[in-house]
Design a protein around this ligand. Structure first.
Ligand code: F6P
Length: 291
């Protein structure tokens, strides 16, 4: 393999290209795969036929990417060796797949780490998500988290067409928070009381679609710590880190309640973390409310 093949940022670009290439096939396969299988993923969630289908397509797309060394998925207990090098790819093949029954948006989330998994968000060399909405788009960036720039792409015919840079509007308008309201800790509930006077509720139940609203209109998305689940629901390697990378790259902030999600120590492949992302001032207020 040449040095160019091994360069982690170049590998990340190729990974994102491969995911954009396979995304139309994932989308086309959804209509016939809306049924639940008699199975659970490693996080204890019910698995749809579409989850398994998307996972297999992404694995096979990544196995042809020079420099990609490992594939980990929310649908699998442990990472698969792709034999290509030091770069690991963590993917949620169909984020928000419970939206498939109700025909609401969902996405594919990709995190590319320079090193073995579980890895710190600071080891990311690229991240992106495909959003299967009325239009199939990708939001993605490459480079170290400190200097990544994030762009939106139109995904069609196996290619991604650059639609320009993504940056959070400075005048935020929307919020969307997961979990049952009675399960929210009192300090988080008090924060919600304050911001719902200023912002408009927009929540669809698929993280990637809800984060896309924040990237488009400005605001804040959270799947917070819950009384019944102090680490929240979302997974650091597959969801928290890539979304933090993209929102921070678009001029926003991320937090686990204390500081950037990218600084949360990685302990396990399927570890959960409270996720809060959005405009910097809204995340600062959140951290003050939770401290
Ligand atoms: O992690 C999967 C996911 O579907 C996210 O996309 C979404 O934010 C969350 O779970 C919704 O979960 P629930 O409907 O259980 O609150």
């Amino acid at each position: 393999m040449s040095d160019r093949d091994r360069d982690p940022v170049a590998v990340a670009e190729r990974v994102l290209d491969a995911v954009a290439e396979v995304a139309p096939e994932i989308r086309e396969g959804l209509p016939g795969r809306r049924r639940y299988l008699d199975d659970e993923n490693p996080s204890g969630e019910d698995v749809l036929a579409a989850d398994v289908y998307a996972d297999e397509l992404v694995e096979s797309a990544l196995s042809n990417v020079p420099g990609a060394g490992a594939y980990a998925s929310e649908e699998r207990e442990s990472a698969v060796d792709l034999g290509g090098g030091d770069v690991s790819v963590a993917v949620d093949p169909l984020d928000g797949s419970s939206n498939l029954a109700s025909n609401n948006p969902m996405g594919t989330v990709v995190a590319v780490y320079d090193g073995d998994l579980p890895a710190s968000g600071r080891d990311l060399v690229g991240a992106g998500f495909v959003l299967y909405g009325p239009v199939t788009t990708m939001v993605a960036g490459t480079g170290s988290p400190e200097d990544a720039t994030v762009r939106e792409y139109l995904v069609a015919d196996g290619d991604r067409e650059d639609l320009g840079p993504v940056s959070l509007p400075t005048d935020p308008t929307v919020y969307g928070f997961g979990g049952r309201v009675p399960d929210w800790p009192a300090d988080f509930a008090a924060y919600v009381d304050a911001i719902e006077d200023e912002l408009k509720l927009r929540y669809g139940g698929a993280m990637i679609a809800d984060v896309s609203q924040v990237l488009t209109y400005g605001g804040v998305f959270a799947y917070p710590a819950l009384e019944s689940a102090p680490d929240g629901k979302l997974r650091l390697q597959f969801e928290g880190n890539p979304v933090a990378y993209l929102v921070e790259g678009a001029g926003g902030r991320s937090s686990d309640g204390d500081g950037s999600l990218l600084d949360v120590p990685a302990t396990e492949l399927h570890q959960r973390v409270p996720v809060h992302v959005g405009n910097p001032a809204l995340i600062e207020r959140l951290e003050a409310a939770l401290s």
